[in-house]
Design a protein around this ligand. Structure first.
Ligand SMILES: Cc1cc2nc3c(=O)[nH]c(=O)nc-3n(C[C@H](O)[C@H](O)[C@H](O)COP(=O)(O)OP(=O)(O)OC[C@H]3O[C@@H](n4cnc5c(N)ncnc54)[C@H](O)[C@@H]3O)c2cc1C
Length: 355
């Protein structure tokens, strides 16, 4: 089913190629047409030429794409560049996120370094308001240029337009027709020691690094992520990272989580976790919620399992279909609802149709 023809200088065009080749969960049926854009390609030119339905992805690390595939044209956006102007950096949406972080560090700019090592592209980072170790996109985001697929207009959206919230923005809605072309961030030259997570502070202590210089801050985070299994490595099973958002719960639900011994956490610890996860005082760790609902690390359903150490990571152990993962997710959310009355929401985006 796979074919390839040359579209222009670097862009590759495929017909009916399986999208599982482009997602970190290694699932996804065929794209009717797929365009792979490389660094020097022009996303706007490409969008202007396409007629019919358009889907834009970066590295496919936050998407569960249906086995039925996607009609129309799928763009794998790896094109673009970045530039800096004093403390401001503008990056095209196809730029790899971690390359942008490293670029900011090379320019002595603070504000993105704690988000080192998050896989994916700049476009999806904005859509999902990515966050790690106390930094999030919304902290430094200034504006984005977007292309409207319906009107072909290009316009600039400022921070208020994007309505950033915990792991989401207005662009996460399935209803919009906007493709992010580039984004601008305002960073700082002022060094900071800010680092709250115990796991990262322990790594800093062990490596005898003070979380002050940008280089050391990155080293601490990369090592912490390595130990937490949060780096996307080729040898690991296919995954999309943490599958669920930390849910908002009421006091009664907090108490029901604490009742479960396996959760092994005091109320004080739980509330501290809420704070550093960047949520309101009632957002709790989804991993604890899974444990409290009776799920086990390493629990397996056919080709789908919960990571043996990191229960929030759903893995495709080899031959899973998107539908199988979808069904496991529904089983988990249903069980959590019935046992704890908590609404667990996937962080991963479901794309296309499922049964
Ligand atoms: C091992 C691992 C660790 C992770 N750790 C973290 C973490 O610490 N913190 C965190 O927040 N996330 C984390 N993630 C999740 C993931 O890396 C982020 O959500 C990332 O931003 C996804 O980028 P992507 O390019 O792969 O997204 P994709 O899956 O390609 O796209 C995600 C969504 O964004 C849309 N999109 C992509 N580009 C554009 C564009 N230009 N315009 C409009 N819409 C667009 C897509 O249509 C899709 O709906 C992790 C994932 C993995 C696998």
């Amino acid at each position: 089913m796979q074919g390839q023809t040359s579209y222009n200088a670097t862009m590759k065009k495929h017909k009916n190629i399986y999208l599982k080749n482009y997602t970190s969960l290694k699932v996804g049926g065929p794209a009717e047409t797929l365009l792979e854009l490389e660094e020097d390609d022009d996303l706007v030119e490409c969008l202007q030429e396409i007629t019919g339905q358009v889907w834009v992805f970066g590295s496919g690390t936050n998407s569960l794409i249906s086995d039925k595939g996607l009609p129309g044209t799928v763009i794998i956006n790896n094109c673009g560049k970045f530039k800096d102007d004093d403390t401001t950096i503008t990056a095209d949406s196809g730029v790899n996120w971690d390359q942008l972080v490293q670029f900011a560090i090379s320019k002595d700019l603070y504000g993105l370094e704690l988000m080192s090592g998050i896989p994916g592209g700049v476009g999806a980072a904005i859509v999902g308001n990515i966050a790690a170790y106390g930094q999030k996109i919304a902290d430094t985001f200034i504006e984005a240029t977007v292309f409207n697929l319906k009107t072909q207009e290009i316009k600039t959206l400022i921070k208020n337009d994007l309505k950033f919230d915990y792991r989401t923005s207005s662009l996460a809605s399935k209803k919009h027709d906007l493709v992010i072309l580039n984004a601008t961030f305002k960073l700082s030259k002022k060094p900071t020691m800010q680092l709250e997570y115990d796991s990262a502070l322990n790594v800093a202590k062990e490596l005898q690094l003070i979380p002050h210089s940008l280089k050391d801050r990155r080293t601490i985070i990369m090592e912490t992520r390595k130990r937490a299994g949060s780096l996307l490595t080729k040898d690991a099973h296919a995954t999309a990272g943490s599958f669920f958002k930390n849910p908002i719960v009421n006091q009664e639900q907090v108490d029901s989580i604490l009742k479960y011994e396996e959760a092994g956490i005091s109320k004080q610890q739980l509330l501290r976790q809420n704070k550093i996860h960047g949520g309101s005082s009632v957002r709790v760790s989804a991993a604890l919620v899974l444990l409290a609902a009776g799920f086990k690390r390493g629990q397996t359903w056919g080709n789908v399992r919960l990571h043996p150490d990191h229960i929030l990571k759903i893995e495709n152990t080899g031959k899973a279909k998107a539908q199988e993962i979808h069904d496991v997710v529904h089983f988990i959310t249903g069980t959590v609802k019935s046992r704890l009355n908590i609404d667990l929401e996937p962080e991963v985006r479901f794309i296309g149709s499922f049964n």
